[in-house]
Design a protein around this ligand. Sequence first.
Ligand code: ATP
Ligand code: MG
Length: 395
Amino acid sequence: QVKDWDVALRVIDKIEKAGFEAVIVGGAVRDHLLQREIHDVDVATSALPMEIKKIFSNTVDVGIEHGTVVVLDEGKPIEVTTYRTDGTYTDFRRPEEVTFVRDLPKDLERRDFTINAMAYTKDGTIIDLFGGKEDIENRIIRAVGDANSRFREDALRMLRAVRFAAQLGFDIDELTMKAIQKDCDLIEFIARERIHMEFSKMWVADYVYFGVKALVDSDLALYLPGNFRENLEAWKEFHTKQEEVGWAYLCLLNRNDMENIIDFYKLSNKQKNFTKKVIQAYDSLLKRWDEYDYFSNDLIILETAYDFATWQGKNVPFEKEHIAKVKEHLPIQSMEQFALNGNLLMEWSGLKGGPWLKEALNKALYAVLSGRVKNDEEHLKEWFHNEFIDERQNH
Ligand code: ATP
Ligand code: MG
């Protein structure tokens, strides 16, 4: 399979042949130097969006007012963005308008951290105006230019520093850290959706504890719900590949403040539902799971609840592998496989429907799941007459 990186180089070649400059910029250059997996490769160019659209036959306007055109010609989508400077900043937020420029240094200057402000040319030269390479070697996140000015331009950058710390396991440079401590209250001006995105990226990062610690050390935690300072230890073992696991764990650690967390960080319905299910499974795990817990929860919910318990140092008296085994060996895997239904019960008893039906079905389901009754009509009928009807008559 062709790598995005190589596709981007082909795009660059075509732009250069048309007489413009083009380079790979931002996260891809950083991850290339770190030999990390590269997600999306961004190309920056001296050409204007209209000029890019003349060079390529297959393009999509995704953010043309910000200078971005997606080029599809080479088989994989590549974002091509015109060199630009950001317009004036108000309210500590990203500016609405941008100004296109023809030279690369101006474009690199507007970027947040030195490790994100390098460019890679087609012939393999790294353009590094702010010492990004050295910072990568020393594993440091450092603002480009004066940190406080940069955070006042766009306060989200403070949280981005924390997120990169979590992704890369890098330290935040001392001066940059001091600048965050000074301006951390400005995070209140930032749209919750952008905050949400940074956290979502942090949850699936390789060094989450490192990130949470940076959140605390930078004092950003004072302005973000989640009691990160008090709960720091609980993040030590945390690791996941799924964002919603992070949100659910944050909720679990802040049960008294859960509604606020859900609201503040704008959790989606999917994230909320996942959270609800995991916390419910977590609560019954502490009381000890029975067959019905195994039956009615998806494996991912059970395993996540198990992780939540162990990450908090709670003693769970079985191995995680045990969960899948128990689930696999349940007599039935879904309600569709259950041999009993309400109609059969009414037929066998000659009674009309009512609350007793649900009760009987539940009891029968438990009996099947725990292996006390075989899941076929004959055995269930026998169970029904012996246990259920008898029991009712005795009352
Ligand atoms: P990843 O995609 O792995 O999350 P990234 O470095 O590509 O990391 P993006 O958010 O995709 O991060 O941004 C791409 C590049 O744009 C960054 O590397 C940085 O140079 C620049 N950038 C993004 N957001 C900002 C910002 N708020 N302020 C300044 N520069 C930014
Ligand atoms: Mg990116």
